[in-house]
Design a protein around this ligand. Sequence first.
Ligand code: ATP
Ligand code: MG
Length: 255
Amino acid sequence: MSSQTVSDILPRAPTGIDRLDEILGGGLIRGKTYLVTGETGTGKTIFALSFIVYGAALGEAGVYVTVDEDVESFMLGAKAFGWDLEKLVERGKLSIVSPSEDFIDRIRRKDPDAVAKSLVRDISEVVERIGAQRLVIDPIAPLVCMEKDVQVLREFTRILITRLERDVRCTTLITSEIPSGSLSLSRFGVEEFLASGVFVLGLARRGSRFIRTLTIRKMRWLPVKPTVYEFDIVPGRGIVIKGPLEESSTYSLHW
Ligand SMILES: Nc1ncnc2c1ncn2[C@@H]1O[C@H](COP(=O)(O)OP(=O)(O)OP(=O)(O)O)[C@@H](O)[C@H]1O
Ligand SMILES: [Mg+2]
């Protein structure tokens, strides 16, 4: 029998979130795509950006595709949070890209195959320019939400994830918003099947207080049990996991 460990066989990209890296046995599997889902305001952007900021601190360049927000206001928000992205950009460790409305409008008119291909081509160029090893697309929905046909959306998402892994080869986080009150895991109900792992961010209510929760819902090829953790968002640090959500019948989970 081989004496190689899971980590030897599957190299990892640490997330920088202390407890999470411990739980994952070192981090995410390099070159794979992971989904960060949750209702609005649950911390998806902070989670995804912390992955890029931590990677830069390790010397790994990252590309952040911000779809909802323009680059300037994204950088300002991050600065207010305690992350100086300008410095990372200057050092060639970060490239922030925001697709123009015109671009989004144009790609929506094409067929999903062509859209996914042209998106991957564009992302690939930016990734190669700075030698990025980490990639974030935040969020995926506006790139395709004009499309009414669920089958088409699914096909688009499938092609996008497959091509990103084949051609871009970064460790990738894609965020997907779950509509408020929905019990599904993602916007299109397909991202979670294609991703190698799924993190669901949410809120648990106890009386008038909300507690932030992170659920590791799926982690392909890693010995990780689905568990709900409690976390805080700490400026300058990002996601700080406090521990498994305390067992109590007074909590009701929302995501
Ligand atoms: N500077 C800050 N200091 C402390 N907490 C902050 C700060 N900025 C944001 N937060 C917290 O982070 C939360 C938002 O997190 P984030 O933007 O990552 O959510 P999201 O899931 O990406 O939301 P959306 O779906 O709207 O994009 C805020 O609601 C707030 O509680
Ligand atoms: Mg966000």
